[in-house]
Structure formats: C-alpha cells, structure tokens
Design a protein around this ligand. Sequence first.
Ligand SMILES: NC(=O)c1ccc[n+]([C@@H]2O[C@H](COP(=O)([O-])OP(=O)(O)OC[C@H]3O[C@@H](n4cnc5c(N)ncnc54)[C@H](OP(=O)(O)O)[C@@H]3O)[C@@H](O)[C@H]2O)c1
Length: 279
Amino acid sequence: MLKQLYPQCDVSRPLEGTYLDLNLHQQAKAGDIYIYANYISSLDGRIALYDADLGEYAVPKSIANGRDWRLYQELAGQADVMLTSARYFRQLAAGKAQDLLPVGSGEKYADIKHWRKNQGLKPQPDVMILSNSLDIPLVALEKVQDRKVIVCTGSTDKAKIGILEQAGVQVIRVMSSMVETSRDPSASPRVTGTLVRQRLIDLNYRSAYLIAGPQVHATFIQDACVDALFLTTHFTLLGGTQVSGLVDADLPKAQSLKLISSYLDAENNQIFQRFIYVK
Ligand SMILES: NC(=O)c1ccc[n+]([C@@H]2O[C@H](COP(=O)([O-])OP(=O)(O)OC[C@H]3O[C@@H](n4cnc5c(N)ncnc54)[C@H](OP(=O)(O)O)[C@@H]3O)[C@@H](O)[C@H]2O)c1
C-alpha cells in the first residue's frame, strides 16, 4: 500500500492505478499536447551513474525496482507517443539498455494494455527520437517496428536520412532559427523543444511521455515545453563523480515546480511525487 502525504494525509491506496487514473491522454486543451516526464532518482539527485563495465551511463540497480516500474508502465499506458533519445537506441543495439518501450509486456501489465484498448488508444504508443548524429542502429529500430517511429533532427545528412526512411522511419528536419553558436561550422542546429512540441501537435498527438535522459529533458525545459514531472525518489545516496542528474545543461532561468501529489512507498523505501512545471 502507498500512504498519501499530499494533498491529503493518512490516506492509503494500492500502488496499482495510482497514475493510470490520471487520464493524461485527455489533459491537453484543444489543439495542444500534454507532455510529461518521468524519472527515478537517488536522494542525492542521480538518475544514472557511469558504469565502467558497461562503458555507459545506466540507472543503478540499487535504485531501480519493480514498484517504480509499475508506475512507469502506467504512465506509458496513457501516452500517444514516447519521446526518447538516439543514445537510448544505440545502448539498446549494444545490449546495454533495458527494453523500455513496449507497454505492458508480461502478465503483470496486461491490465494496462486492456485499459489502453478501452480508451481507444493504439496498442502501443508511437516513438519519437531526438537525434542530431542520426546514428540510430536499424537493429534497435526493429524492436519498435509495430508502431510509427519518427526522428526529429537538425541534420541535413541525406545518406543517413535515406537509410532511416528506407527502414520506414519518418524523419522530420526541425529547422531552427536558434542555431547554436558552435566552433564547428558543420555542426547541425540542435532540435528545440518549441519546434518538437509544434511538430507533435501537427501530427495530432495529444499526450507525449518523455522518457529520455537529461539532454532531451533540458531541450524541452529550456523552452518551457514540459507540463508535468513524475519523480520517484529512492532513499539511497549513490555518490559518484561521473553522474547524470535530471537536467545536465544550462537553463535560461531556474525552473520552478508545484507539487500536486506525494505518496510514500514505505515498503520500497521511496516516494512518488507529481509536479507541474510553473510557466
Ligand atoms: N533514472 C531515470 O529515470 C532515467 C530516465 C531516462 C534516462 N536515464 C539514464 O540517463 C542516461 C542518459 O539517457 P539518454 O541517453 O536518453 O539521455 P539524453 O542526454 O537525454 O540524450 C542524449 C542524446 O539525445 C540526442 N539529443 C538530446 N537532445 C537533443 C537535441 N536538442 N537535438 C538533437 N538531439 C538531441 C542526442 O543524440 P545524438 O547523439 O544522436 O545526436 C544525444 O546524444 C542513460 O544512462 C539512461 O539510462 C535515467
């Protein structure tokens, strides 16, 4: 059971359904989209540590857990599209990432699949990948071939775009007027949150689940383009010097958030909090 701490104290509820009841796919105003992010973090604010064995950043096993994963799945269940990074697909191809994208694989999550069907949603959310390098292994894309895959990029590399299109991917060149000042004149303009949000609206998506790491999160926050943050804080100190936080980039100004709900999961030594980004 979870103990609700805010807005009402001393109310207990089962874990299952805690986020599925939120109907995030119906939160957007007409002609808009609702974008929500989700992270599990340690008490000292780490979402990933560098794993020397993997040669990659990864979510430490000491904080990852099945109860958080259940809520991750409930959030995925309400998404029209999942926003992720090319790096995730590179890790997936190298066998170094968890298979994060399918909703409800396994009996435990069958109710979420059923819920999606009842809501008239597609069996699986579509996938949008942010990438400038366009280094997205086709072998990893095969894992999501049952749905629409879109890549947003500032790159003009025709050869790489052609390979992705050949594999059935829709590549959207996100032209940015905000070309970053770069020492490398051949560098592609980075995709901005405002432009991606607009493309998502143009594609008629109503809810988008941001599951990427700190760079993609920063891309959206920099343009005030995220609506809600779901944060699991596990009561563990991870330490480390090669670490990732929620946002590993400069922000134009400090981003304030407003707490909407808070649940203590004493059984698993963690707290589940939902915030909205103050715009
Ligand atoms: N604890 C958690 O809840 C949680 C959640 C998510 C991720 N993580 C962890 O965090 C680590 C990093 O995750 P991630 O790789 O998804 O991180 P990320 O830092 O968000 O993504 C990095 C990649 O995304 C692309 N990208 C980001 N912003 C872009 C922009 N504005 N324009 C174009 N491309 C952009 C780039 O791809 P190209 O290089 O192809 O250009 C870049 O290499 C991983 O270890 C992951 O496991 C933890």
